[in-house]
Design a protein around this ligand. Structure first.
Ligand code: SAM
Length: 696
């Protein structure tokens, strides 16, 4: 949401890079094949509706944003014309070159100049140290406000040998307070598609997804082992423009504005140096620390804006300073506002505030140096006055349990900020757009096609919204309670690493009268394989599969917020918590090894032959496609060892990496991608959820 909430709305900016050297054109048959594929890729890119064939064309886009003289227009033109996206994102440039960056603050300009002279150009090993300004080139003077207030004196040290997208002039005047120049509004940062009509936003998302889905076919075809016939879905893709199937469409969000039920506001200084509760106008790496009020951001609700403004007013008189991201000093850091929908009445779309029955506020005042308090920071539930309706009557003050409820498709869900031994799990497990999430869950339930014998594994289940809603949707919730216990309709196994979410899931099952659920607390990568063995037995060999009758095991996998905080130290009662005690590999050799081999979860899903259907939901369609490549490509008769010294891995796209991981996938029956549908949970941003059905 504010640039840090990447777990919910990840950026889909990965650039597909060429294959490693050992695969390049060499005049051989495979070289020719590669050349042909590259030509096809180029052709596909040109079919993209936003592909600009000429500068003139850039001016006539319906949303009028692709003016080639604008920064955005220039970037688009550059990237679409094939001049690799160099400099479009500092982050990418850094990643590609393996550059290391350090930030140094000085008290005076003199000190900074002396240090710059001393350090600039120094060699460290085979690398040169470069001193650069933290203000990126795109932040031109003309964009600066009349009286910019800068944050002390800051330089970045970079040890790379190439371009980095920064200006070289190091000339910051030390000034008190504030932040760096403002270039974009909070609306542009948080909701970059806000200027487009909703219909055009949906078209834009659909076209991006179509390009992405073509990667699935293209990479699975490239990865298909020699001598094995191509799967039918790849052969048929030729008739539908290279797609694995036709994209079913994109489901609209019922709300375009104020749809977020949770907002994380940063506390900081405005361009003018005033304490503000709102959104950062860029990121620290780009030298941007200014914060702007959220009032112009259409996805923020009126309620959230109201609380941000109340808190901001309070800050003026609090006597404690706000967090200063340059000097790492200050007290107030973040305000999170969560809203819970009221049960039992039809939703008033025109007046969303009327549907909200609860609001939970989380305020961070932590002293460490990271932007956000760690998940083990102490939790202090505040005393809330219980105000009687008749004002004159007694007012009692009491501490309440910090939690929020939401009411989704007629079921109640609770998300507590779990506090144990004074520690908090600040993890929020609800989808941020409740009304659109209802549509997402209904779709997932329909595609799962649950039957009485189905065993449903809900991986990364959070508070078990999906599993419980599927169950409820299937039974209609109308079976009398006594029948629940008699009919084993189908069973749900939730797998979730956050113990407080598992406790909530248990409670949610109870309060909704759903009894045939089991919850496993653990990281899916650690427990998946043993859970499948426990519930489904040891996987059969491939020969046995051909005789196997259709079974009904469903897998739901949700890779949304892989970064949600962990609270594994809690062991909830009645929940199986497992850990294999394995050390996670680290270091470059091991990292490469990890990149080369399929993840334990994908491997477990693929190799357990009794899993026949998979409904994969992801707010990161790029990683969904990468996993689908691994799940759907025929396996190699003999798994191939990767080249351990191949540095090309580092620069490969997720789809390219997946293609290579297929080679070490154990022999197993591949899935077939059947259909996909997008659900727009994040109007006015680049992001949306993608649901894909895979079967075998
Ligand atoms: C955004 S929530 C989604 C919850 C739920 N599926 C829903 O749609 O409401 C993602 C959940 O995945 C969990 N998670 C992330 N990585 C995981 C992992 N490696 N193993 C198990 N759970 C994980 C997080 O703790 C979080 O609860």
């Amino acid at each position: 949401m504010n640039g840090r909430d990447s777990s919910e709305e990840p950026e889909n900016t990965e650039i597909e890079t060429p294959a490693p050297i050992d695969e390049k054109t060499d005049g051989s048959e495979s070289g020719e094949k590669r050349k042909r594929e590259e030509r096809e890729e180029q052709e596909e890119k040109k079919q993209h509706p936003l592909y600009a064939h000429s500068e003139e064309e850039l001016r006539i886009r319906p949303d009028n944003t692709w003016d080639p003289t604008s920064e955005r227009g220039k970037k688009l033109l550059k990237s679409e014309n094939g001049e690799k996206k160099k400099g479009t994102s500092f982050n990418t440039a850094k990643k590609k070159k393996g550059m290391t960056v350090g930030f140094v603050s000085f008290e005076t300009v003199q000190q900074m100049r002396a240090a710059t002279e001393e350090l600039d150009g120094k060699s460290i090993g085979n690398k040169n140290l470069k001193v650069v300004d933290v203000i990126p080139r795109t932040f031109e003077k003309k964009n600066e406000p009349a009286a910019p207030v800068r944050q002390g004196t800051e330089s970045a040290l970079a040890n790379d040998n190439g371009e980095d997208g920064f200006d070289y002039a190091v000339n910051h005047e030390p000034e008190v307070g504030g932040s760096v120049s403002k270039t974009r509004s909070s609306c542009e940062v948080v909701t970059p598609l806000a200027h487009m009509s909703y219909a055009y936003q949906l078209e834009h998302k659909k076209s991006s997804l179509i390009q992405l889905l073509k990667k699935l076919t293209r990479n699975a075809r490239k990865a298909c082992p020699n001598g094995i016939s191509l799967p039918e879905w790849i052969i048929n893709s030729k008739e539908i423009g290279g797609l694995p199937f036709k994209l079913e469409g994109i489901i609209e969000s019922p709300l375009f504005n104020g749809y977020r039920n949770k907002c994380e506001f940063s506390v900081g200084l405005s361009v003018q140096g005033k304490p503000i509760v709102g959104f950062m106008l860029g990121n620290f790496r780009e030298g941007v620390t200014a914060v702007e009020e959220p009032t112009g951001c259409p996805n923020v609700s009126q309620i959230a804006c109201k609380y941000a403004s109340i808190f901001q007013e309070f800050l003026q008189s609090s006597g404690l300073p706000v967090w200063n991201r340059f000097s790492n000093t200050g007290f107030w850091r973040q305000l999170t506002v969560c809203e819970g929908k009221a049960p039992g009445k039809s939703v008033e779309i025109e007046n969303m505030a009327a549907n909200i029955s609860e609001v939970m506020l989380i305020i961070q005042d932590h002293k460490g140096i990271s932007n956000v308090a760690p998940s083990d920071a102490p939790l202090r539930p505040l005393a809330i006055p219980k105000v009687e309706l008749e004002v004159a009557k007694e007012v009692t003050v009491d501490a309440v349990e910090p939690r929020i409820h939401d009411y989704i498709n007629n079921l109640w869900f609770c998300n507590r900020l779990f506090s144990r031994l004074g520690h908090i799990a600040i993890s929020y497990h609800f989808a941020v757009n409740t009304l659109a999430a209802e549509k997402l869950y209904t779709l997932a339930g329909n595609w799962a096609d649950l039957g009485p014998d189905t065993l449903l594994f809900d991986i990364c289940s959070g508070t078990e919204t999906i599993g419980l809603l599927c169950w409820h949707g299937k039974t209609g919730g109308f079976l009398p309670y006594s029948l629940f216990t008699m009919i084993q309709y189908f069973r749900v196994v939730g797998i979730e690493m956050n113990a407080s979410a598992v406790l909530d899931a248990q409670q949610n099952a109870e309060i909704n009268g759903i009894n045939n659920c089991r919850f496993v607390c653990g990281k899916a990568e650690d427990v998946m394989s043993s859970i499948l063995k426990e519930f489904l037995g040891v996987p059969r060999k491939r020969e046995e599969d051909s005789n196997a009758s259709e079974t009904h095991e469903i897998e739901k996998i949700d890779t949304k917020a892989k970064k949600c905080s962990t609270e594994n130290s809690l062991e909830p009662e009645g929940v199986v918590y497992r850990e294999d005690g394995k050390e996670r590999p680290s270091g470059s050799e091991n990292d490469i090894k990890e990149m080369e081999s399929p993840s334990p979860v994908i491997k477990a899903l693929r190799t357990h032959s009794r899993l026949r259907r998979l409904v994969y939901i992801s707010c990161n369609p790029e990683s969904l496609v990468a996993n689908a490549i691994e799940l759907c490509t025929p396996s190699y008769e003999k798994s191939e060892e990767g080249n351990k010294n191949n540095r090309g891995w580092r620069n490969m796209s997720s789809a390219g990496l997946a293609r290579h991981r297929v080679k070490s996938m154990p022999i197993s029956e591949p899935f077939r991608p059947v259909k996909a549908m997008a659900v727009d949970l994040f109007p006015r941003t680049q992001h949306c959820e993608l649901v894909m059905l895979l079967e075998r």
